[in-house]
Design a protein around this ligand. Structure first.
Ligand code: HPA
Length: 272
């Protein structure tokens, strides 16, 4: 396997952004790419200009990394996810999480678009990810961990904290289990029934590698799904990438408000 020189990819970003202290680092999912516009832009870099940085092949995922200021802190925003199903390796997919780590970020926030499986979820809902489901991740992602870790990837205490923020600003936030589906196609109705019986609430094709990398490196991580569609077979509707981006657009304002409040209200350091 080709090793990635993370330090070499990090250097031009660090040069552009300078010696800044980063509070949160945010990786944006499908259709949520405009979030950086909600913050005060300091500078940005096109991932095309960074040698060795993988390019997204998905519409709406053009790559840019923003340095922003908001509520007296600096934040990094990654636009343009790369996915395993595009043929990239786990080591490439976790790049934004690794760069965040090299910047010594205090928190990683990961967002995604997901299909709703449970009766409790419908398009335009937001779901805080309490747990993750991907039966094969232990072998698939073994490079993420130098040794077996048995700790739980997501913190209940941190999620409770985020949930309280959502209540305070009166934005409804559901909670549930996110299942990783390898993609690139959507699931079959039978696969969704399997996931439903296994206790999964939503399904998507991203996020789990970044969560595992961060938790293995002791970075507190918050993951939020935007439910963009009913998962396959839950309704008669045929799934499409357009539906996913359309719903994400409708949800943009409440999602941005939630994210802004979360990055503002999280304490400077999290003692887990
Ligand atoms: N399945 C997988 N990934 C997704 C979906 C879905 O239904 N919706 C958005 N991303």
């Amino acid at each position: 396997m080709k090793q990635i020189n993370y330090q070499k990819i990090f250097e031009p970003i660090k040069k552009k952004f300078g010696d800044v202290k980063i509070k949160t680092s945010i990786i944006l999912g499908s259709g949520l790419g405009d979030f950086a516009d909600e913050l005060n832009l300091v500078t940005s870099i096109d991932t095309n200009q960074i040698e060795g940085y993988p390019h997204s092949t998905i519409p709406g995922h053009s790559g840019k990394i923003f340095l922003c200021e908001f509520s007296n802190n600096y934040h990094i925003v990654f636009k343009g996810r790369i996915h395993l199903y595009e043929g990239y390796s786990t080591e490439q997919v976790i790049l934004p999480a690794v760069i965040s780590h090299l910047f010594n970020t205090k928190y990683l926030i990961v967002t995604n678009a997901a299909g709703g499986i449970s009766d409790n979820l419908k398009p335009a809902d937001l779901m805080l990810i309490d747990d993750i489901f991907f039966l094969h991740y232990k072998s698939k992602f073994k490079s993420l961990s130098k040794y077996p870790t048995h700790k739980f990837a997501l913190s209940k205490r941190l999620n409770d904290y985020v949930f309280e923020i959502s209540k305070k600003i009166e934005i409804e936030l559901k909670r549930g289990v996110y299942a990783y589906s390898a993609g690139p196609s959507y699931e079959t109705p039978a696969e969704i029934q399997f996931l439903r019986r296994a206790g999964c609430d939503a399904v998507g094709m991203s996020t789990i590698p970044e969560i595992l990398y961060s938790s293995n490196n002791d970075i507190p991580v918050v993951a939020i799904s935007c439910i963009t569609n009913f998962a396959a077979g839950i309704t008669e509707n045929k799934l499409s990438h357009e539906e996913v981006t359309e719903t994400a657009n409708i949800v943009k304002d409440k999602f941005s408000k939630l994210l802004k409040n979360v990055i503002k209200e999280l304490p400077k350091n999290w003692n887990s």
